[in-house]
Design a protein around this ligand. Structure first.
Ligand code: SF4
Ligand code: SF4
Length: 96
């Protein structure tokens, strides 16, 4: 140990991923306090929200946005932030 701070070898083990590729099994949508709602009348299908969503929760078929996977969407709001301001098709609404 150098000084007062522990080195990385002294740190306790954190979470372990024992089954690779298993993240889909976790319903991270349970964490959400706000949900993204897409106004399909405004959406231009530019796919920016699909690209930026960290949880791959924006659903697209044949290059068109079709909805949101609410079982895994954590409600971070990145999709709403990245939707072009002139379009502003995504609103974050509080979960009931
Ligand atoms: S709120 Fe976050 S997790 Fe949910 S669809 Fe948008 S970017 Fe993805
Ligand atoms: S970023 Fe906005 S306009 Fe582009 S696909 Fe997503 S919801 Fe539609």
């Amino acid at each position: 140990m150098k000084g007062d701070k522990p080195g990385w070898k002294e740190l306790p083990e954190g979470a372990l991923i024992v089954v690779p590729g298993s993240s889909e099994e976790y319903a991270t949508g349970d964490w959400r306090t706000k949900r993204p709602v897409i106004d399909m009348n405004k959406c231009t299908h530019c796919l920016l929200c699909w690209v930026y969503c960290p949880d791959s929760s924006i659903l697209a078929v044949d290059g068109k946005i079709v909805g949101v996977d609410l079982e895994h969407c954590k409600g971070c709001g990145i999709c709403a932030r990245e939707c072009p301001p002139k379009v502003s098709a995504i609103s974050m609404v509080p979960e009931e």
